[in-house]
Design a protein around this ligand. Structure first.
Ligand code: NDP
Ligand code: GDR
Length: 370
């Protein structure tokens, strides 16, 4: 039985990857951070009681900023594969906490590589590094492939640039199977609530259900190549099963503006919206509501721009070329953008029906508008 160790197992990708590896028969170990509240919502369905026999899912307390703890866990688990998904992954927050981001996302990667090297596991343990399309940053060329030069535009991307190159360096210096998956944006119903797609699908569901009036967004012109996280964790696993350790781009090759993602999300619930105005004055209003259950009047303003969500430096256009992955490994995504939007919006409607029920019962529902 193969053993995998996943950092960031409590995050979106960690949860889908853990599920996939368990299905494939792996023994899965994950590193979770201590927090004052339970932080395992995304993986609670995978929990196995450690007191029982044949347990294949184990969580270890740890943190990527703590070398000795990383070394101890790697020593204990002796993994065949490590997926380093742990990171402070929010681009805008990285401008507020640049030093911490460098430590967790940049040096954290080094700590994983060093643990494997120090423990003499370089021939046994393969390492996957969660690299990102944010490395491309300021547009040098489109579509972006493994050969496109990097120009990072945030403390997050600069930290990930270190992670990328230290992975390449350890592969070359110590002949390790250490690779970068350069993944473009991928989303799902498990996506963190403050990333733009989830913020939109949550907002749309809550507006339709009468729990929220408006969504406040930043740059509506940015373009992203969005895929589904379920397809992308499959790509991670495939990249780790190859003879040759190489870096791969994972993307859909289709790019969409934030504004259009908003329209598609409302349309999923039969609500037609139209944008008007410019810059910080831009808004979206309801044109027509075709769904009998949702009572939204024409002319209602449902999206406004709040400059607090503008970033000091922005990544305007991402569109990935993953022909290497398709040709060498044969990866094919199951979800396109409409299927992703459908999955996310409908999951959020189901989720917030519970809040509506509570509200109807007289409970106060927090309008957390971040
Ligand atoms: P999430 O933000 O959903 O999850 C991040 C995970 O990292 C969480 O489990 C978090 O723990 C954990 N974490 C954060 N800081 C530390 C730390 N110091 N030590 C240990 N663990 C830590 O991210 P995603 O699942 O979306 O992304 C997974 C990885 O892929 C990240 O590295 C991200 O940067 C990268 N990536 C993501 C893309 C995307 O579109 N989703 C695209 C390209 C790359 P906790 O739950 O306690 O906060
Ligand atoms: P990104 O994702 O920065 O690409 O990083 P995010 O969803 O945060 O932003 C995408 C684009 O939307 C614009 N935007 C807003 N973004 C947020 N979060 N909130 C808003 O209100 C808003 N309004 C407009 C942003 O300016 C940006 O242009 C994600 C993360 O998962 C990274 O960890 C990962 O590496 C990259 O994707 C690939």
């Amino acid at each position: 039985m193969k053993k995998a160790l996943i950092t960031g197992i409590t995050g979106q990708d960690g949860a889908y990857l853990a599920e996939l590896l368990l299905e494939k028969g792996y023994e899965v170990h994950g590193i979770k951070r201590r927090s004052s509240l339970f932080n395992t919502n995304r993986i609670d369905h995978l929990y196995q009681d450690p007191h029982e026999e044949n347990v294949r899912f184990t969580l270890h307390y740890g943190d990527l900023t703590d070398s000795t703890n990383i070394i101890r866990i790697v020593q204990e688990v002796q993994p065949d594969e490590i997926y380093n998904l742990g990171a402070m992954s929010h681009v805008q927050v990285s401008f507020d906490s640049p030093e911490y981001t460098a430590n967790a996302d940049g040096l954290g990667t080094l700590r994983i590589l060093e643990a494997v090297r120090i423990l003499g596991l370089t021939e046994k343990t393969k390492i996957y590094q969660a690299s990102t399309s944010e490395l491309y940053g300021l547009v040098q060329e489109v579509p972006q492939s493994e050969k496109t030069p990097f120009y990072p535009r945030s403390p997050y991307a600069v930290a990930k640039l270190y992670g990328y190159w230290i992975t390449v360096n350890y592969r070359e210096a110590y002949n390790m199977y250490a690779i970068n998956g350069i993944l473009f944006n991928h989303e799902s119903p498990l996506r963190g609530e403050t990333f733009v797609t989830r913020k939109i699908t949550r907002g749309v569901a809550r507006i339709a259900l009468g729990l929220q009036e408006k969504i406040y967004l930043g740059n509506l012109d940015a373009q992203r190549d969005w895929g589904h996280a379920k397809d992308y964790v499959e790509a991670m696993w495939l990249i780790m099963q190859q003879e040759q350790a190489e870096d791969y781009v994972v993307a859909t090759g289709v790019t969409t503006r934030i504004r259009d993602f908003v329209k598609m999300s409302f349309e999923e619930l039969g609500i037609e919206v139209e944008f008007s105005g410019e810059g910080t004055e831009e808004v979206a209003k309801v044109v027509k509501c075709n769904h009998p259950e949702y009572q939204l009047k024409a002319g209602t303003e449902v999206v406004a721009v709040d400059p607090r969500y503008f970033r000091p430096t922005e990544v305007e256009l991402l569109i990935g070329d993953c022909s290497k992955l398709k040709e060498k490994i044969g990866w094919k995504p199951k979800y396109d953008l409409p299927a992703l939007v459908k999955d996310m919006v409908n999951a959020d409607v189901e989720l917030f029906k519970k809040d509506r029920y509570l509200q109807q019962g007289g409970h106060t529902i927090l309008n957390y508008n971040e």
